[in-house]
Design a protein around this ligand. Sequence first.
Ligand code: AMP
Length: 176
Amino acid sequence: MSVEILDKAIRRVPDFPKPGILFYDITGVFVNPEAFRYCIDKMAELYENSGIDAIAGIESRGFLLAAPLAERLGLPLVLIRKKGKLPGETYSCKYALEYGTAEIEVHKSDIQPGKKYLVVDDLIATGGTFAAAKSLVEAGGAEVFEFFGIIGLPELNYEKALAPVKVTTLINYNGK
Ligand code: AMP
């Protein structure tokens, strides 16, 4: 199976959620079992013998990718959620998005010191969300092994923003 199946399943929506943003909609991946399986198979191949200890998914589209991967690899799944959703004690970080600002949190008890986390989201734009996720993982004394997104927008310079941690994507698009 080739990456074309993934490319065809991703819808481009101009000027969403605001003018000037080209939104890459991955709902088409989830309604297409072949495209969804392509993603999870690729992720499993990449990380099955990588030495990661756990997978952290970013709410909410990141959960849909992190959860099947964690189940397949038999690894713990940590939920990085939007502010105000987690009932326990949390680490929290505010950050700037490609459009707007946000705040994410994780349960302190879910981050194990010394462990290596793969952080998963659907799309990487500026890298701001991943940088915030990294600060949560590090607040718990753990380390980010790698960042993974289905889609990368390299023109927004996420690699520079996230260096020296490696960033892996399945498909990249140019322009916003
Ligand atoms: P960033 O923090 O700038 O890397 O933005 C990544 C987060 O924002 C991810 O959770 C994406 O789902 C969302 N996002 C940012 N830009 C886009 C875009 N052009 N299309 C779809 N989702 C986006």
